[in-house]
Design a protein around this ligand. Structure first.
Ligand code: NAD
Length: 327
């Protein structure tokens, strides 16, 4: 039986990835500092601990796993990343995790690790025009990410690729663009725009209003979780090391996102624009390289993904007083 290790298995993407690998027939070990907030893990073995701790890291990477996915990171949406309050923690925590996981895998002769970088590493100067952001893979340098989160991602990308060059590993680097779906963080300050929008719409009274940070004209694209996993496993099992975008090319304004969610909910709502952290003015995935290298790119519409996600968040909002899962 093939074995897989998923670091960050208690998180949104990691939790879904564990389920997918189980469906594919893997024996899976999940690792995280916390249990999954919304579901019982399907992992055969779930090791709870801190990947910043080298000894713990080596103890869970105790064999030559067939596949290793490194998704653990100190992360969140704009409300977490762009306030500046968490900068030191974000860089320190995520860099420590990556240094430890990669080195432990190298020492165990793991062939390669999948690393989830982020579109946040792209230079801010290419993302000032909301209608025309540039996020092709070759536009990464000269580097100028607009957050410390992005700088850490860039550092770690280089770390994984350096292990390929110097130690003959087959690490794979993906740059995820805004992934969303059920079982993702939807409250508490780390949630990202689609989940936050679903929560606000679910809480709003019909005919009422929801708050949007900034003028809402900033653009983004959002990738549904199933497509993120498809891209992840395709890249990991391919001969291409990356970095490569895994994202949607369907760019919308934040106002359009909000109105689409409201429409799915069947509510007519006013948008009330308030000051708040926004990040870059425009961002969209550029999928030319993934099409060329993997012969595949995400294709589902944003609306289809939101139609899967909104009911789950609405249910969470309604049942928020109840325990989220059996203890
Ligand atoms: P998430 O926050 O839900 O999952 C990350 C997990 O890492 C969490 O469960 C967290 O507890 C765990 N973790 C943090 N510190 C740890 C530590 N010291 N030891 C062990 N576990 C620790 O985030 P996600 O949305 O599932 O993202 C997964 C990966 O994809 C992250 O690396 C993230 O930066 C990257 N990414 C995500 C998106 C997105 O839109 N979700 C976009 C770009 C990149």
């Amino acid at each position: 039986m093939k074995t897989a290790l998923v670091c960050g298995a208690g998180g949104f993407i990691g939790g879904h990835l564990v389920s997918r690998l189980k469906r594919e027939g893997f024996w899976v070990r999940g690792v995280d500092i916390k249990a999954h907030e919304y579901t019982e893990t399907e992992a055969d073995d779930f090791a709870m601990g801190d990947l910043r701790d080298q000894a713990f890291c080596r103890s869970v990477i105790d064999r030559r796993f067939d596949e290793v996915y490194q998704l653990a990171a100190d992360m969140g949406g704009a409300g977490y990343i762009f306030t500046g309050e968490h900068d030191a923690e974000v860089i320190h925590n995520s860099a420590m995790i990556n240094l430890n996981v990669l080195d432990a895998c190298h020492k165990r002769n793991v062939k390669g690790v999948f690393y989830s970088s982020s579109a946040c590493m792209y230079p801010a100067y290419n993302q000032e025009d909301p209608d025309n952001p540039k996020c092709s893979e070759d536009s990464a340098y000269p580097a100028a990410p607009d957050s410390e989160y992005g700088w850490e991602k860039l550092f770690s990308e280089r770390l994984y690729l350096a292990y390929n060059r110097n130690y003959g590993m087959r690490n794979r680097v993906a740059r995820y663009h805004n992934v969303f779906g059920p079982q993702g963080t939807w409250d508490g300050g780390r949630e990202k725009a689609p989940a936050a929008m679903c929560r606000k719409v679910a809480k709003a009274a019909v005919g009422g209003s929801i708050e949007i940070w900034g003028d809402g004209a900033q653009t983004r694209s959002f990738l549904y979780i199933d497509e993120c996993l498809e891209g992840t496993t395709r890249l990991y099992r391919s001969d291409f090391e990356g970095p490569v975008n895994i994202g949607s090319e369907e760019m919308v304004t934040i106002n359009q996102l909000a109105l689409m969610v409201a429409d799915i909910a069947g509510k007519r709502l006013e948008l009330h624009h308030v000051p708040g952290p926004q990040g870059v003015r425009g961002r969209n995935s550029d999928n030319a390289l993934i099409k060329q290298k993997l012969g595949w790119a995400p294709g589902a519409t944003l609306r289809k993904g939101l139609e899967q996600t909104y009911p789950w968040i609405e249910q969470q909002v309604m049942g928020n007083q109840k325990p989220r899962k059996a203890a």
